[in-house]
Design a protein around this ligand. Structure first.
Ligand SMILES: [Zn+2]
Length: 483
């Protein structure tokens, strides 16, 4: 999207739920979707005298995220209290990190216009989530509120970017890449509907070339890529209008309404000092030694951007294929396992991107759980490549073979779909077709050679689509030109 002589300046704050079994400061389960208030204990309910104990796994995951985004992992970090009152926050403060976060100064690279763009990360810090208020109907009309503390103290990392994005499209590229990275690391499930990956945006506008930043507004409650892109576009246009009209953008927090497709003011934007941050006296400073960091570094998987480049180099795939196949770690693994068995990377890529991905999408299934395994896909592709079945039949039987998870070889034998490559049988069909179409034969011989396609079609009809197309062509040509 272009904004004339203006550009947007976008910085994003992403909150990602970490996939630990228990919460960040107590032993309660962090699992999503349980009966309200069944995953609670005195600590995450904020009862007097209950003390927090840091979950080591949360630190492991935060270090992982930091290393995968080129951050410095700080040897010492501090937990701080962010003070505010809300009914879903029984302690009256949220335990977060403020002045000394665990990770600082990283980056995320995204592919853009055939090259790469680097988006800076200011920091990554650990914090606890708040509980959740549940209203009957909408918050405006409900006559009561219920509170569910299951989410209270579920571990989060907040990833704060530099204001390095200029358009909503860039913001989406960044968010998708960041989400892929966290999912590759297996520290976040990336589920935006359930709120495990959510985003607030700081947006301002300025004239292109102006080195100064304008006053920013914060957008909250962005929970799908589509709504983020639309909200950002809207907000940038709104601010340009304000500036063009001689007005001033106000620092405030705005909400995006999906049904109305507008942003509206929620409250004046609070400043950090409003929260009266101070180090939490219940938690000692977190000290991380080099050995801990190196142990985690050694276990890091190949990251999405590295995989895209490797797929292009190692398999000779176009960038588009490489990006699609690596969009999910399990899909990339599926591809590589199939290539290891079958060989031809581009053919595997084509079948995965069209046939397999359609089935996965229809059934909302992860590649890991697909009933058709790489060994069966490789078998199917071998049948096509060897001419046992045509590519067309391969695609026709794909949904059924996929759903049943059976051997394609057995499937085509049982259904009698094996391609006819027997010269004798095909010659008989060719003879029948020639005998029945004497007029076309004469025309062909008179020079109308494009009729070959007609004859091939007739022979395929005779063989119920099972004739080996290459052989049918050869036999027809020999017969038609030979006489
Ligand atoms: Zn608890």
């Amino acid at each position: 999207m272009a904004y004339g002589k203006y550009e947007g300046v976008i910085g994003l704050e992403v909150h990602a739920h970490l996939l630990t079994k228990s919460k960040i400061f107590c032993g309660s389960s962090a699992e999503f979707g349980a009966e309200p208030n069944s995953h609670t204990c005195p600590t995450c309910m904020g009862l007097p005298g209950a003390l927090p104990v840091l979950n080591k796994k949360v630190v492991d995951f935060a270090i992982k995220a930091g290393l995968a985004t080129g951050c410095r992992v700080n040897k010492k970090s501090i937990f701080a209290r962010k003070n505010y009152y809300y009914p879903d926050l029984p302690k009256g403060y949220q335990i977060s990190q403020y002045e000394e976060p665990i990770c600082t100064d990283g980056h995320v690279d995204v592919f853009q216009n055939g090259g790469k763009k680097r988006i800076g990360l200011t920091r990554i810090h650990m914090e606890e989530d708040a509980g959740k208020l549940v209203h009957e109907g909408t918050i405006e009309t409900s006559t009561y509120s219920l509170v569910d503390f299951n989410r209270s103290s579920v571990p989060l990392i907040e990833i704060v970017s530099e204001p390095d994005m200029r358009t909503p499209e860039e913001a989406i590229l960044y968010l998708k890449m960041l989400r892929d990275i966290l999912m590759y690391l297996e520290i976040c499930d990336g589920n935006m509907e359930e709120g495990s990956f959510r985003c607030d945006a700081n947006v301002s506008v300025r004239k292109i070339g102006d080195p100064n930043l304008g006053t920013r507004a914060e957008l909250k409650n962005l929970n799908s890529f589509r709504s983020i892109e639309r909200a950002l576009d809207h907000e940038i246009r709104r601010q340009i209008e304000v500036v063009e009209g001689g007005g001033e953008v106000v620092q405030e927090t705005r909400l995006y309404s999906v049904p109305e497709d507008i942003t509206y003011s929620m409250r004046g934007k609070e400043e950090a000092h409003d929260y009266r941050y101070f180090p939490d006296p219940d938690l000692v400073p977190l000290l991380i030694d080099e050995g801990w960091v190196e142990e985690i570094r050694a276990g890091l998987p190949e990251l999405p951007i590295e995989k895209v480049e490797r797929f292009m180099n190692q398999y000779g795939l176009p960038r588009y294929d490489s990006e699609v196949l690596t969009s999910e770690r399990a899909l990339a693994d599926y591809f590589e396992e199939t290539v290891a068995l079958f060989g031809e990377a581009k053919m595997v890529s084509n079948w995965i991107m069209s046939e397999l991905m359609r089935e996965l999408k229809t059934g909302n299934v992860s590649p890991k759980a697909a009933p058709m395994r790489p060994v069966q896909l490789a078998e199917l592709l071998t049948l096509v490549k060897d001419g046992v079945i045509s590519g067309k039949i391969g695609k026709e039987i794909f949904p059924e073979v996929y759903a049943q998870g059976i051997s394609p070889k057995r499937f085509i034998q049982e259904k009698g779909l094996v391609q006819i490559s027997d010269e004798g049988a095909l010659s008989e069909a060719v003879e029948r077709v020639i005998a029945q179409n004497q007029k076309e034969v004469a025309e062909f011989k008179a020079g109308k050679e494009k009729l070959l396609g007609f004859f091939v079609g007739q022979v395929m009809k005779e063989t119920k689509g099972k004739g080996n197309p290459k052989l049918v062509n050869e036999l027809l040509l020999a017969r038609l030109k030979g006489q």
